[in-house]
Design a protein around this ligand. Structure first.
Ligand code: ADP
Ligand code: MG
Length: 491
């Protein structure tokens, strides 16, 4: 186990205890067929519709490796900046379970296809950490037992049996629930970019086994517990926080932690014992005699590398360079491929920072409120870009722009922002003569306020408000301020 430098505690009342977390993430490979059979790997089929003789483990059936799944594992390894092993091997992990007809799972134990790597994880505007990857290996999923269809019988659905999974194992380098959950989210972003897993946690395509232990900083790693099948970012954080608190309480009361497998209850936010943890030797791992070692050329790896899309970190760094965005804003926009593309379309030929502010502020806010995805945005990137252009060249003020945005978002107005501004007569008045006329009238009508502003210059704001009201918010704010100052004698 690698030695870990103590890092400052983030959130959570851990006192002088340090929390140590490592995640094993199962990510279902996006592929048409299963890892060792030609049966479909699609989600949502009827019970046992996607089961071949191989998946049902009929006697004499032989597994044949799916080249595309191997390619997907390599692609993911490259996305994790990891070592790709051109020689790896499949092992049998032996155990009995009613939804595992073979009596063993084909997995990779000593020689995984992907070795060590690392990824950047953003925690917030000020903080990015690097988390080490221990390995990624390929393995088959098991089927599913269903116990709630009948009071007396259990059923087995083997559709998932044999579907390819990538198990991505982190180093024990995370130190809080927040870090663990951000890491899980970053993995999802990466596999979605790569197209190697759909990342749909609620459908079980991505789930995490959360390993948690506590120790006094500088001491050896403590005994860990492993909480199985946690399928949301929020739950990962809850598991860590619950487990850390529980373990600290046990240790502070003079007890010891049992190395065990636990289950998370999403309703109560608590974990409970499932079974004591087995060791690797309990599984009697041995190389699967039905399969040759998996060997491929480095040239193939290079071919896959050359075909990778721009990844979120590269995109983030480019956004910082090209548009002058703060790194955190850049990472938020880069986290989702569609959002990133939308932002770039808005920013084309416009002020990049303004584009980022509008996308992350007004647009994301409005979409959230309506529960819409960016791909369903009623305001197109071209429209938003046009709107920013109108602010930039002083055709409209920022305040009027928000009005125009709301009109476009609600569908009340269609067309380009310039057309809408024209049609609704929202153009900013920069004609100083017109502004002056309004100001003169307000000054003449309000002698008391004019007296007051001489003593309290701050009350000039009242005049600005009056002018804006009179002119329907369309007066150029700089011009209004300038003329008012001159006329009222405010410094
Ligand atoms: P397994 O759980 O299958 O026996 P490993 O020994 O490889 O597999 O460890 C699995 C995960 O547990 C890894 O993500 C690793 O970082 C994490 N881990 C190992 N030791 C600790 C520890 N003391 N505290 C927290 N996490 C740990
Ligand atoms: Mg484990």
């Amino acid at each position: 186990m690698s030695e870990i430098a103590p890092r400052k505690l983030l959130k959570g009342e851990t006192g002088d205890w340090e929390v140590v977390i490592g995640l094993e993430v199962h990510a279902q490979v996006s592929s048409k067929s299963k890892l060792f059979s030609g049966a479909p790997a699609t989600y949502g089929a009827g019970p046992n519709e996607n089961v071949s003789l191989v998946d049902a483990a009929m006697p004499g059936m032989l597994p044949v490796i799916n080249r595309y799944c191997v390619e997907q594992a390599i692609r993911t390894g490259l996305g994790l900046n990891a070592q790709i092993n051109t020689w790896s091997r499949f092992d049998r992990k032996n155990y009995f379970y009613p939804d595992l007809p073979q009596g063993y799972q084909i997995s990779q134990y000593l020689d995984p296809i992907v070795g060590e790597g690392e990824i950047e994880v953003e925690l917030g505007p000020e903080e990015t950490i690097t988390v080490g990857i221990e390995r990624l290996h390929l393995e088959q999923d098991a089927g599913k037992s269903i116990h709630d269809l009948s009071p007396t019988d259990s059923y087995v659905d083997l559709n998932r049996s044999g579907v390819a999974l990538m198990e991505i194992v982190s180093k024990p380098e995370m130190r809080s629930g927040e870090e663990a959950s951000a890491y899980f989210g970053k993995l999802r972003t990466i596999v979605r970019y790569l197209g190697t897993c759909d990342g749909n946690m609620d459908q079980g395509s991505m789930r995490a086994d959360v390993n948690v232990s506590v120790r006094r900083p500088g001491e050896e790693l403590g005994t860990r517990t492993e909480t199985k099948n946690v399928n949301s970012l929020k739950f990962v954080r809850q598991v860590v926080e619950y487990e850390a608190r529980r373990q600290i309480e046990v240790l502070e009361a003079g007890g010891t932690i049992d190395q065990e497998t636990r289950l998370f209850n999403v309703k109560t936010g608590e974990t409970r014992t499932m079974r004591s943890k087995e060791d690797a030797h309990d599984y009697r791992y041995f190389p699967d005699p039905d399969l040759l070692p998996l060997e491929f050329e480095q040239a193939w790896v290079e071919e896959i590398r050359a075909s990778l899309p721009e990844l979120p970190d590269a995109k983030k760094h480019r956004f910082v360079e090209q548009y002058g965005l703060p790194p955190y804003d850049a990472s938020v926009l880069a986290a989702d491929k569609t959002a990133a593309a939308y932002f770039e379309a808005v920013a084309e030929g416009q002020d990049g920072k303004m584009a980022a502010n509008w996308v992350m502020g007004d647009l994301f806010g409005a979409l959230n409120k309506e529960g819409l995805e960016i791909s369903d945005s009623p305001v197109s990137a071209t429209q938003l870009g046009g709107l920013i252009g109108l602010i930039k060249d002083n055709t409209i003020s920022g305040k009027i722009a928000k009005e125009v945005f709301a009109l476009m978002f609600s569908g009340e107005e269609i067309g380009t922002p310039a057309e809408i501004v024209e049609k609704r007569g929202l153009k900013q008045v920069t004609d100083t003569g017109a502004i002056e006329a309004v100001i003169d009238k307000i000054i003449a009508d309000n002698p008391k306020q004019v007296e007051q502003v001489k003593e309290k210059p701050k009350t000039m704001g009242w005049f600005v408000g009056q002018v804006m009201k009179e002119m329907g918010g369309k007066a150029n704010p700089q011009a209004v301020n300038q003329i008012l100052k001159a006329k009222l004698g405010v410094e």
